[in-house]
Design a protein around this ligand. Structure first.
Ligand SMILES: [Zn+2]
Length: 265
């Protein structure tokens, strides 16, 4: 049997977020992901909180489901998604946040140029929304979406990123907050995706997301919030007890996103 690949591609994420926020969906992007827009078809979010842990494969969710309990508890659906090739970070986040395939957005290998095509952030800004990116220095998300009229909070450590994200939730000055955590990816490259150290980082991603979800419930009771736990690509073990990704194989291409909708109180 051929490898089993998930049906919906991460290129559908941009239009899904726009649709969930009641904003026009551009003709040039992939269409919104129907199971998500159908699920909340009578709802419109005025806030979105998009958490991007790096390299969380679908198979990790299948094999280590217990580690995802904090995510499951704070969302309403788990959605299998297909990443894009090559399944490396800048290519995949570019596809997620442009709604375009690599051949269309132009990042086709591991490089981090500023995207010259429209992104989710451009569409949000054009519709009067205020997005913010909170991420670590030199990582893909910190670089390929630069040069937009928006705020970027770039730090050396993930701890600072998560502290700032928590502060932004409390202050409630942005309509859309994107947070990047690359700790699982960095660890799994060194020790393998199923090493104790890597799985600890995966559990940390799940716990962080739950903390953000709690803070959103506490500080954004006046908002309808669309929340996502949204990795870029998967990963697989390689020789030498290391981990990798970038190939056209199910372990690298199949990921899982979790989405939730918090209604205003
Ligand atoms: Zn990545």
């Amino acid at each position: 049997m051929d490898e089993l690949y998930n049906q919906f591609c991460i290129t559908g994420v941009t239009a899904t977020v726009l649709h969930m926020m009641g904003l026009p969906v551009p003709a040039e992007t992939e269409v919104p992901i129907a199971p998500i827009t159908e699920k909340w078809k009578n709802k419109t979010a005025d806030r979105a909180f998009l958490y991007n842990p790096d390299a969380v494969a679908l198979w990790l969710y299948q094999k280590y489901t217990n580690l995802f309990t904090p995510v499951i508890a704070n969302t309403q659906t788990a959605l299998p998604l297909l990443s894009v090739m090559p399944s490396v970070t800048p290519v995949c986040f570019a596809s997620m946040y442009t709604g375009l395939l690599p051949v269309q957005h132009g990042i086709r290998k591991y490089e981090k140029p500023v995207l010259q095509v429209k992104t989710l952030f451009d569409y949000l800004i054009a519709n009067g929304k205020r997005p913010a990116i909170v991420s670590t220095s030199n990582d893909s998300i910190s670089r390929i979406f630069l040069e937009r009229e928006m705020d970027y909070f770039i730090y050396d450590s993930i701890e600072e990123v998560n502290e700032k994200a928590m502060q932004l939730i409390q202050e409630d000055n942005y309509d859309v907050i994107v947070v990047y955590n690359g700790n699982f990816d960095s660890r799994m490259h060194k020790t393998g995706p199923e090493s104790e150290d890597a799985l600890r980082e995966l559990a940390d991603n799940a716990a962080r997301f739950a903390q953000f979800a709690d803070a959103i419930k506490q500080h954004w009771p006046q908002h309808n919030t669309f929340c996502g736990f949204m990795p870029d690509h998967g990963c697989h073990a390689i020789d030498g007890d290391c981990g990798s990704h970038g190939l056209d194989m199910a372990e690298d291409m199949n990921i899982v996103h979790f989405y939730g909708f918090n209604e205003k109180q």
